[in-house]
Write a protein that binds this ligand. Sequence first.
Ligand SMILES: *Cc1c(COP(=O)(O)O)cnc(C)c1O
Length: 392
Amino acid sequence: MSLKSNNFETQAIRTQTEKTQFLEHSTPMYMTSGFVFEDSEEMRAAFAEEKDRNLYSRFSNPNTTEFVDKICKLEGAEDGYAFATGMAAVFSTFAALLNAGDHIVSARSVFGSTHSLFTKYLPKWNIETSYFKVNEVNTIESLIQSNTKIIYAESPTNPGVDVLDLEALGTIAKKHNLLLVIDNCFATPYLQNPIKFGADLVIHSATKLIDGQGRVLGGVTVGKKELIREIYLFSRNTGPALSPFNAWVLSKSLETLSVRADRHCENALKLAEFLEVHPKVNWVKYPFLKSHPQYEVAKKQMKLGGNIVAFEVTNGVEGGKTFFDSIQMCSLSANLGDTRTIVTHPASTTHSKLATEDKLSVGITDGMVRCSVGLEHIDDIIADIEQALEKI
Ligand SMILES: *Cc1c(COP(=O)(O)O)cnc(C)c1O
């Protein structure tokens, strides 16, 4: 790109793999597992990393490199590595940077599989996690031990849509010389850049709003060069790499992220405002509603409120069941960030493995609905949800 621009929209479109012999305007797909060498010396130099070039698609590929380059630009990061899924990014980041006996301090509300990682798998390597409540960032310092290495959080959280003060987290991490790792999936790089607030690494499930059309899985970790180097070496040996095809899809998706996100967020705010005054709704949580407990923090660190609205229908389990069985247009699905509006019941699906008290501690009640607001006309989204609420 000859014109240097710091604008999100331009960088998301104009960060491209270098032109090939055919001068394709749109980056082609490089569906190849390996790359060839002219002679033995070139091959030796490549393996010795004396030259920056592609070798084998488990290590790098022009499509994954383009995708990572874009995310780095959009997040203000030095380097990154792309993974087959968001969970591969989360796991590989921990596995690459932690040693047996290390300790993590994490927000209690995290994605269901990340919670399983903390409670079931990392303890196999004697890596334990202590938790703080999202609204009690001031308790973090009391949880820090001599073996603590990482402070971990999502913001906004899945599924409770709580917001964490990233600047406060950055300050604590810096003071105690700990790594701050933020799962920025719900916000996308368009709404929020955690590195600005002191994060060392940012993780995305690209499966969600980055793809935005419910087609492919993907993940990425970006941040400080020396940390990414460790993550890269771990991943190049253990194999969680993103496929070139998915990287190509995700790189294209980024070109339209800003326009999609604008509409997603506009629709979500309108739905949240509708739900807030509906008699069959006990409560609504959306970062850009004034009633959100962390509204001021959300306004400070996010460009817009995101596309996830959490709410609780009246009449508990029965109310929830009636609501979901009455939905006509919206999809009953576990994914989020799609063009299609999706309603999910976290208590019986994504977070069903949590014990009841753990569910309640992260705000998941039996009547709670997580709505990923899509790009259909807002009148149709509201009409569907309204008629389902009326059946309760
Ligand atoms: C979906 C999700 C993940 C996991 O991503 P996958 O691509 O499904 O593996 C991680 N964190 C958050 C916040 C998510 O919503």
